[in-house]
Design a binder for this molecule. Structure first.
Ligand SMILES: *[C@@H]1O[C@H](CO)[C@@H](O)[C@H](O)[C@H]1NC(C)=O
Ligand SMILES: *[C@@H]1O[C@H](CO)[C@@H](O)[C@H](O)[C@H]1NC(C)=O
Ligand SMILES: *[C@@H]1O[C@H](CO)[C@@H](O)[C@H](O)[C@H]1NC(C)=O
Ligand SMILES: *[C@@H]1O[C@H](CO)[C@@H](O)[C@H](O)[C@H]1NC(C)=O
Ligand SMILES: *[C@@H]1O[C@H](CO)[C@@H](O)[C@H](O)[C@H]1NC(C)=O
Ligand SMILES: *[C@@H]1O[C@H](CO)[C@@H](O)[C@H](O)[C@H]1NC(C)=O
Ligand SMILES: *[C@@H]1O[C@H](CO)[C@@H](O)[C@H](O)[C@H]1NC(C)=O
Ligand SMILES: *[C@@H]1O[C@H](CO)[C@@H](O)[C@H](O)[C@H]1NC(C)=O
Ligand SMILES: *[C@@H]1O[C@H](CO)[C@@H](O)[C@H](O)[C@H]1NC(C)=O
Ligand SMILES: *[C@@H]1O[C@H](CO)[C@@H](O)[C@H](O)[C@H]1NC(C)=O
Ligand SMILES: *[C@@H]1O[C@H](CO)[C@@H](O)[C@H](O)[C@H]1NC(C)=O
Ligand SMILES: *[C@@H]1O[C@H](CO)[C@@H](O)[C@H](O)[C@H]1NC(C)=O
Length: 465
């Protein structure tokens, strides 16, 4: 029975790699192709903790070629998803990155980039794993995120090592090399290691031949010229012995005189320049020949920033006051650039401000939230041609507002006197609503203002046209 279960388990793991049988890959969610829109999942998170995100994509049919699209987390562009080659090989594609949480939600989004393909994004599975605070703690997650390039268990021909062997379900890929591979049973306490690698990765190793350096081409893919996070993990296979060696990466010294014992250790660099193919060289100094058990390489990418928080909160409140809203009003309202909410325009500042709301002809109903007045950088507002009802709120905080288009709705009540004290206002369109009372004199007397109050509305006395 135990043997059968084990075989089934292995079959599932193998299927994950080929993308054929894993139940998570049997279903796919498709999103529409609407250029510049992002479709988001809001993930509840603990502020200041860090999370491993691993979406999996498996389009199935290789014809037509699968859609290509962007991944976005909060305000940050993560990567483009192109599964074309994997689909041709019959396998699923997974992407993995580690992000710090900045608030109570983290948004994970699929972005429709019109430069790529003419079909909308899709996704099959998303894993979200909270990491222990000590894992990858040398990275400043308020400045950057880490995208996985390779996570390798050297000398192994087994299956991918993952949960439950790895508490955080990180995937450690085998890296066979029959000439140098050794395996052993280890008693390493991995809790003593930086980044908490699973103990199993220390049961296999690549060991150099006597008096010769061990040369690896790893990671196995060429890298673009950039700065990377590199961590290497070592533990001696023979207890009570030790070995000392130098570690070079692309002929630069990564670590001199590293002494590895059976207790093990890890060494890492948070920013290491790599370009093209990478060579890792372990050159013997003394004792037994050099060896290596595991390694990880991540690309580091800067966080894209967030909308000015008061503006983001005001937009959330405005969103709650409306019905029939666009399906992309999720995630950060302004960021990344090119992926603002439909109808929202932001400036290009370090901390972007909302400068325009153009929600005309969107089929919205609901009311005009007084929170609009908290978007103090606004210059343009249009809610024209919707089905909004209720009063016009006090917008006198909007000192830069030049255009206010509220025509063709069902707004009622009176025109607020406070509109007249917005000295920047140049265009005011209120026709075709259910407003009444008298139009305030300070508006009618404003020489610089182009206004339209009629037709529609029940003003008394009737304002000039
Ligand atoms: C977090 O996401 C949930 C679900 O989408 C939403 O109801 C809630 O308002 C969000 N909270 C914050 C602080 O954005
Ligand atoms: C996706 O990858 C395939 C194969 O590598 C390539 O031919 C294609 O141009 C890529 N598509 C985009 C939009 O980058
Ligand atoms: C990271 O975690 C390790 C324990 O695994 C600890 O020794 C180290 O001081 C931590 N470093 C930072 C920068 O927090
Ligand atoms: C992390 O990055 C942020 C933003 O760049 C910076 O303000 C902060 O000082 C950095 N923290 C550390 C510990 O370097
Ligand atoms: C996971 O750990 C168990 C027990 O240590 C071991 O038998 C198994 O081979 C490991 N799995 C992999 C894929 O390394
Ligand atoms: C591992 O630990 C167990 C018990 O702690 C011990 O019996 C065994 O000899 C150890 N194995 C090695 C290879 O040190
Ligand atoms: C990588 O880019 C830097 C500039 O960003 C340049 O100085 C360096 O020569 C490049 N390295 C390689 C190997 O192309
Ligand atoms: C890595 O590259 C950056 C930018 O090209 C450069 O400023 C830095 O000095 C390089 N670091 C090393 C260790 O070569
Ligand atoms: C607002 O959006 C509508 C439709 O998308 C467009 O026709 C109109 O020109 C926009 N108005 C402004 C002021 O940008
Ligand atoms: C008003 O909005 C509707 C959609 O809600 C649209 O069909 C119609 O063309 C719009 N009218 C004008 C004059 O823009
Ligand atoms: C209002 O406009 C002025 C001039 O363009 C600008 O300096 C100021 O920053 C704007 N105010 C806000 C709150 O954006
Ligand atoms: C505006 O219309 C709503 C119903 O849509 C009504 O409840 C409210 O009393 C009206 N307000 C005024 C000032 O007429």
């Amino acid at each position: 029975m135990r043997g059968l279960l084990l075989r089934l388990h292995l079959a599932l793991l193998a299927a994950l790699l080929t993308g054929l049988l894993d139940p998570a890959l049997a279903t796919r969610r498709d999103f529409p192709h609407e250029p510049g829109k992002k479709f988001c999942y809001e993930l509840p998170v603990d502020r200041n903790r860090r999370y491993l995100l691993r979406p999996t994509f498996f389009y199935g049919a290789s014809s037509p070629p699968p859609p290509v699209f962007d991944l976005i987390v909060d305000g940050t562009f993560w990567t483009a998803v192109n599964t074309t080659d994997d689909v041709l090989a019959g396998s699923a594609s997974y992407y993995e990155a580690v992000f710090g949480a900045s608030g109570r939600n983290m948004s994970f989004c699929l972005g429709v980039n019109p430069d790529y393909t003419s079909a909308g994004p899709f996704i099959n599975a998303l894993q979200v794993i909270q990491l222990h605070d000590s894992v990858y703690n040398a990275t400043n997650f308020t400045a950057s995120a880490m995208g996985l390039i390779a996570r390798t268990k050297f000398g192994s021909t087994d299956d991918v090592e993952r949960y439950p062997n790895d508490t955080f379900n990180r995937y450690w890929q085998p890296f066979p090399d029959s000439k140098h591979a050794v395996s052993s049973t280890h008693n390493v306490t991995s809790a003593d290691f930086w980044n908490l690698p699973p103990p199993g990765v220390f049961n296999t190793a690549l060991v150099a031949e006597q008096d010769a350096p061990l040369v690896l081409q790893w990671p196995p893919i060429p890298l673009q010229n950039d700065s990377y996070y590199v961590a290497l993990y070592f533990a001696d296979t023979v207890s009570e012995s030790s070995r000392t060696f130098n570690v070079y990466i692309n002929d630069y010294s990564f670590y001199e005189g590293l002494t590895v014992t059976s207790a093990g250790l890890s060494v890492f660099a948070t920013q290491w320049n790599l370009s093209g193919l990478t060579r890792v060289i372990l050159a013997p100094v003394s004792g037994l020949p050099p060896l290596i058990n595991a390694g990880e390489v991540f690309g580091l990418f800067p966080l894209g920033g967030y909308t000015f928080p008061r503006d983001a909160r005001a937009l959330e409140a405005i969103k709650r006051s409306l019905q029939n809203i666009p399906d992309d009003w999720n995630g950060d309202p302004c960021m990344p650039h090119g992926y603002a909410w439909t109808g929202v325009t932001c400036d290009k500042g370090q901390i972007p401000r909302v400068i325009s709301l153009n929600f005309s002809s969107m089929g919205l109903s609901g009311y005009l939230s007084s929170d609009i007045a908290r978007l103090t950088a606004l210059t343009d507002i249009s809610f024209a041609n919707n089905s909004l009802s209720g009063p016009i709120p006090n917008l006198s905080n909007l000192r830069n507002l030049t255009r206010l288009h509220l025509q063709d709705n069902k707004l009622n009540g009176t025109v607020p006197q406070t509109l007249g004290i917005i000295t920047s206002l140049r265009e005011l369109f209120l026709q075709n609503n259910e407003l009444d009372g008298a139009v305030p004199l300070n508006l009618l007397l404003n020489q610089g203002l182009t206004y339209q109050f009629l037709p529609g509305n029940n003003f008394f006395p009737r304002p000039p046209r």
